[in-house]
Design a protein. Structure first.
Length: 91
């Protein structure tokens, strides 16, 4: 399967980095790197995340990466990373 990031997911990464870098640029870089790396395992096991029924008939799932939630959608042979945020954020 192919992995693609949406523009909103890229924006989320930037927003998270800016927020975290205020306290520690090193820690912010480490968190962003782990969030970028995490979805690569989805190419081998795309359905490991919890399915979110409210998006039916789309196959939208979520995966927790440490304290962060990553939402993604499976379409045919492509996995789209939709959004990222800290799990404690109000969404």
């Amino acid at each position: 399967m192919e992995l693609q990031w949406t523009s909103k997911a890229h924006d989320d990464l930037s927003r998270l980095y800016i927020f975290l870098a205020r306290r520690s640029p090193w820690a912010a870089a480490r968190v962003v790197q782990s969030l970028v790396k995490a979805p690569t395992r989805l190419t081998a096991q795309p359905r490991i995340g919890e399915k979110l029924e409210e998006f039916e008939p789309r196959e939208v799932r979520r995966l927790f990466v440490g304290r962060y939630e990553l939402r993604y959608e499976i379409q045919l042979r492509t996995i789209y990373v939709l959004r990222l945020w800290r799990a404690r954020e109000r969404r």
